[in-house]
Design a binder for this molecule. Structure first.
Ligand code: NAP
Length: 309
């Protein structure tokens, strides 16, 4: 029997429908109606840390419906001796790539200047520059960074990526380690963050990271709020080091009403909607992982707790 910790009733209904469309026999309970604790052998969790999974003595594994699991790993109540799988979902990947490509293209085609010119009824004839002259540096070259980078390379951008281990991805220049970070950033015009939040990446979007970028560079940040040192971003925007930031994630979500980002003319705020898992494409891996958990096999996309992602 699996228990589903959905983010809200609509989320619960969507996951139940997608799972039962593929596996009608799979028995689901919906938190907080967990029933007899001993009957629960698998937990499906979303954006909220469930907290009470230790109450299930026969729990075999935990499946996240989110790609990022930092909120689960930070929860002291999450059983550390049970395997945890994160979500890799084609629907989510496509959605994140759309978000990144949208904002990279908008910057490359001078969207903000053209919109300002329209508001001023000004006929501003800006000649488009070739994407080959624009370098995009992507921090995190995993499932999401590699897909977005491959699409951007296909559009002609000069794409670099940074990860812990070096990659061989067509069209992307790969950098790794701390020396690699500086080389990846040097002179880049657009910085995209798609890293997991770990102790090694917390606060990585700071003044020292912005300094090697091309003057007036653009930040596209869709990873986690705690990657960003907000004061350093505001200082970089004030000084002209950065010209613009597109932020989908924040240290406090929802973003408080009095936060300076809301009204900052160079900041675009989106409310953590860059990409979400689509139950229709994500359910198959959950069902397979439930089977694997009962069989004692390694899970698909099992989180490496020593690495933190
Ligand atoms: P992933 O496949 O695990 O990829 C993570 C990448 O980051 C890997 O390339 C990894 O390097 C690299 N990395 C991790 N720690 C590093 C470090 N200390 N130094 C250098 N590189 C490091 O994760 P993903 O599926 O692409 O997702 C990335 C993140 O996106 C998630 O963790 C989540 O925070 C965020 N996200 C946001 C939204 C949204 O709507 N805003 C939606 C989904 C996900 P290796 O390849 O060498 O291991």
């Amino acid at each position: 029997m699996a228990i589903l910790y959905a983010d809200d009733p609509a989320d619960a209904a969507a996951w139940a429908a997608a799972i039962h469309a593929l596996e009608p026999q799979l028995e689901l309970r919906f938190w907080p109606d967990s029933g007899a604790a001993a009957e629960i052998d698998f937990a499906i969790v979303g954006g909220r840390a469930p907290g009470d999974l230790r109450a299930f003595p026969n729990l075999k594994a935990i499946q996240s419906t989110w790609a990022g699991v930092n909120h689960l790993l930070m929860d002291a109540n999450l059983p550390s001796d049970r395997p945890l799988a994160r979500m890799v979902d084609q629907g989510l990947t496509v959605s994140m790539t759309e978000f990144v490509v949208l904002h990279v293209l908008d910057s490359a085609r001078e969207g903000p200047r053209l919109r300002a010119a329209q508001r001023a009824r000004q006929w501003l004839e800006l000649n488009p520059v070739s994407p080959r002259t624009i370098t995009v540096a992507i921090l995190g070259l995993g499932t999401l960074g590699a897909d977005a980078g491959t699409r951007l390379a296909g559009l002609g951008f000069n794409v670099r990526g940074w990860s812990r281990s070096r990659k061989e991805i067509a069209g992307i220049q790969s950098f790794a380690g701390s020396d690699g970070l500086r080389d990846c950033l040097a002179g880049a015009h657009i910085l995209v963050c798609l890293l997991p939040l770990t102790e090694g990446t917390r606060g990585i979007l700071n003044g020292a990271t912005f300094a090697p970028l091309a003057r007036g560079a653009v930040l596209v940040h869709a990873a986690r709020g705690a990657h960003l040192v907000e004061a350093d971003l505001l200082a970089a925007l004030d000084s002209g080091g950065l010209s613009r930031a597109i932020l989908d994630v924040f240290a406090a979500e929802p973003l408080p009403g009095d936060h300076p980002f809301w009204k900052h003319p160079q900041v675009t705020v989106t409310p953590h909607v860059a990409a979400i898992t689509r139950p229709g494409t994500g359910a198959a891996d959950i069902i397979e992982n439930y089977r694997r958990a009962l069989a004692g096999e390694a899970l698909i996309n099992q989180v490496d707790r020593t690495k933190g992602y």
